[in-house]
Write a protein that binds this ligand. Structure first.
Ligand code: SAM
Length: 292
């Protein structure tokens, strides 16, 4: 009997630590001008989007990330009408945004048109709302795009890859400064803030948190459990010119919208900002040192 092919996708989460999932089919793999793009069918997590060998989203747990990157700011800011998503070419953040009929315009800026092509073809669960009439897709580097923004946004979501390769510029002081300038007087910036559990991004993300704290009067971090991301303990940045993510949470107003979610709810929102001490020390330690 021919031996059964046993194929696994493996991602290194830290030196000496690998995360693997069994692959049943490779659905597509191609190289764009910016990165290698692949979609794999896996036994446990369904279809999985991989960029340059790094796991981006899986059918099974993407709802956690996309609900948390969108519903947290939407439950705080009372009047979000214009939204900018930087990155997010898989469409998951846009899918959650278009559920708000009060949002009038969504600009999506992704550097790589091939990501959108692949996701519309192979991951319709994510990309299905990219053609909503309120959505305008721009194929551009988010760093350059921010330099020419003329009308401010109420909400900017940085749904980027990790801080290297094409995404590296989306973690810089200059970029955050242009995001601050591109927001309204009461605007909110949300960024994917990696994880601090392993060493790889700890220094980079502490620097990010410090940069945002120098720009915004409110610079907080919140958490979610995302099984396929390194350590499973994933963080998001909440930076705001006016609103506090807990004091200004409008739980009743959000619930009254009747948006059905599978992860987000207002109680979880409050708990998401209750960070473990090791993370508070990593983040505030720098801030405390700066305040002395
Ligand atoms: N949710 C995923 C995560 O947390 O890793 C990432 C979502 S999405 C697939 C990331 C997107 O960022 C990709 O489509 C990539 O093309 C885009 N991207 C990377 N660098 C960029 C840049 N400088 N400007 C705009 N988009 C960029």
């Amino acid at each position: 009997m021919r031996p059964r092919l046993d194929v696994w996708f493996t991602e290194e989460h830290a030196p000496g630590l690998r995360f693997s999932m069994r692959v049943t089919h490779e659905l597509v793999r191609r190289r764009s001008d910016y990165q290698e793009i692949a979609v794999l069918e896996t036994q446990e997590f369904g279809k999985v989007l991989i960029l340059d060998g790094y796991l981006m989203v899986t059918e099974k747990d993407e709802f956690i990330y996309h609900e948390m990157i969108v519903h947290v700011p939407l439950a705080v800011h009372p009047d979000i009408r214009r939204v900018l998503v930087i990155g997010g070419g898989d469409g998951g953040a846009v899918r959650e945004l278009v559920r708000y009929d009060t949002i009038e315009e969504i600009d999506l800026v992704d550097i790589d048109p091939d990501v959108i092509d692949v996701c519309e073809a192979w991951l319709p669960q994510l990309a299905e709302k990219l053609r909503d009439p309120r959505v305008t897709i721009h194929f551009a580097d988010g760093v350059r795009f921010m330099r020419q923004v003329s009308r401010p946004y109420d909400l900017i979501i940085i749904d980027s890859t990790d801080p290297f390769g094409p995404g590296e510029g989306l973690f810089t002081r200059e970029f955050y400064g242009s995001c601050h300038a591109g927001l309204t007087e009461d605007g909110i910036l949300i960024n994917q803030h990696e994880s601090l559990f392993y060493d790889e991004y700890r220094v980079a993300m502490r620097r990010v948190h410090d940069r945002l704290g120098r720009l915004f009067p409110v610079a907080r971090v919140y958490q979610a459990h995302i099984p396929t991301y390194p350590s499973g303990h994933w963080l998001f940045g909440f930076s705001s010119k006016r609103y506090d993510p807990l004091l200004d949470l409008d739980a009743e107003g959000w619930l009254a919208r009747g948006i059905r979610t599978n992860y987000y709810n207002p109680e979880l929102h409050r708990g998401a900002f209750a960070l473990p001490n090791y993370i508070r020390r990593e983040l505030e330690g720098d801030r405390q040192a700066r305040l002395k």
